[in-house]
Design a protein around this ligand. Structure first.
Ligand SMILES: [Zn+2]
Length: 269
């Protein structure tokens, strides 16, 4: 799947989850908390593809998400890709193929998702608002790049960086400071998980079972058979998947912020 679909799936998952929590568990969140969670989850849903490195020195290549903060994020992508490749080689078994690129390995596993969610929560708990503002800045940047792909391309990475900073600062000023921020860690983790599910729909698949060894393979790629697999950038992905995700996101958002609007459409009994 491409960046915008991943970001949309993260946003839709967080909004639908928040709606379900409010509806069935009476768990209420402020509009700002919902907006922050949605942005962070959309950003988190792009995070695993930061393992697609480009050419840092020439400011080229990488996944869309790697270009969010110009050469800075390209450099991060380079480091994550090489690190992932290192973990791949350190844990591969005799039937795992040789690789010279770490894309779709470590960052596309369940342990990584848990680690990122836990790490984010720990950072926020230890360093409080300053960690929160850093994480928000980074995640909002990724979300902007993914959700508003065309705008981000036209605006360039400097504008994206400045807008993310402003949004993170605004949140910093308005979020209540007297409690931890477990929702931010959860949103990053859920985002990563939703990304893996998205890639699971493709033919190439993801090593979702790592580190469970199966037939002398540690990195078994699990994907869809050719006939039903989503092809990256295909019409099915761009039109149906995105429309479906947008409908889910918009309905959940209306249900959360203005539930009486939806009531008007239900049949009177
Ligand atoms: Zn991916």
């Amino acid at each position: 799947m491409m960046g915008p679909s991943h970001a949309l799936s993260g946003a839709a998952a967080w909004l639908a989850g928040s709606w379900a929590l409010e509806h069935f568990a009476d768990y209420h969140q402020s509009p700002l908390a919902i907006a922050v969670g949605t942005a962070v989850c959309a950003g988190g849903a792009l995070f695993p593809d930061l393992d697609l490195s480009g050419k840092v020195t020439r400011n080229q290549g990488g996944a869309t998400v790697a270009r969010t903060f110009g050469v800075f994020s390209l450099f991060i992508a380079e480091v994550i890709e090489k690190l992932s490749l290192g973990v791949y080689h350190a844990t591969r078994l005799s039937k795992d193929p040789r690789r010279n690129n770490g894309h779709r390995t470590l960052t596309h596993t369940i342990p990584f998702t848990v680690l990122v969610g836990w790490g984010t929560t720990t950072l926020c708990a230890t360093y409080g608002k300053w960690a929160v503002i850093g994480i928000l800045f980074f995640m909002i940047g990724l979300a902007l790049r993914g959700l508003f792909d065309d705008w981000a391309k036209r605006a360039g990475w400097v504008i994206v960086t400045l807008v993310s900073l402003a949004a993170a600062w605004f949140t910093f000023l308005n979020l209540p400071g007297d409690r931890g921020y477990p929702m931010i860690g959860l949103a990053v983790g859920v985002g990563c998980f939703v990304h893996i599910l998205g890639d699971l729909m493709t033919r190439a698949g993801v090593p979702i079972l790592w580190p469970i060894p199966i037939r002398r393979r540690m990195w078994t790629m699990v994907g869809m058979p050719n006939s039903i697999a989503l092809k990256t950038g295909s019409k099915a992905e761009v039109v149906f998947v995105r429309i479906g995700l947008t409908v889910v996101a918009v309905l959940s958002a209306i249900g959360l912020v203005a539930p009486n609007v939806l009531d008007r459409f239900t049949i009177e009994s």
